[in-house]
Ligand binder design. Sequence first.
Ligand SMILES: Cc1cc2nc3c(=O)[nH]c(=O)nc-3n(C[C@H](O)[C@H](O)[C@H](O)COP(=O)(O)OP(=O)(O)OC[C@H]3O[C@@H](n4cnc5c(N)ncnc54)[C@H](O)[C@@H]3O)c2cc1C
Length: 96
Amino acid sequence: MPIESIKHDILIIGSGLAGLRAAVEIKRKYGDKLDVGVVSKVHLMRSHSIAAEGGTAAVLYPEEGDSLALHAWDTIKGSDFLADQDAVWTFVKLMP
Ligand SMILES: Cc1cc2nc3c(=O)[nH]c(=O)nc-3n(C[C@H](O)[C@H](O)[C@H](O)COP(=O)(O)OP(=O)(O)OC[C@H]3O[C@@H](n4cnc5c(N)ncnc54)[C@H](O)[C@@H]3O)c2cc1C
């Protein structure tokens, strides 16, 4: 029996927000020049991204005591210290 193989220029592993956002950005930048495939271990509607419902934090009022450092600390603690700290810092700076 022949084995069917599917070819893509870029393969994204994971269909949560990160994976889908990457796919959208690649298509936005390169259009039909690149073919993108998304692979997921679970059904699209079962990723953690579907479960999030509280919105996303951002430092909007630093004059009231909030700070990028506090947001970074909260994010890293929330990741059980597994988050890439440089990525977190970029993230909290971009969020506002
Ligand atoms: C109940 C709940 C509530 C939440 N509420 C909020 C909230 O209110 N605000 C907020 O900011 N964040 C919230 N979060 C956190 C937020 O959902 C996650 O930080 C975010 O969705 C992570 O996105 P992601 O794309 O990195 O990962 P995920 O959405 O987890 O996607 C990971 C993808 O990778 C795939 N995958 C994993 N391993 C493999 C493998 N070996 N092979 C192929 N595919 C694989 C999975 O199938 C999935 O498609 C919540 C999380 C949960 C669980």
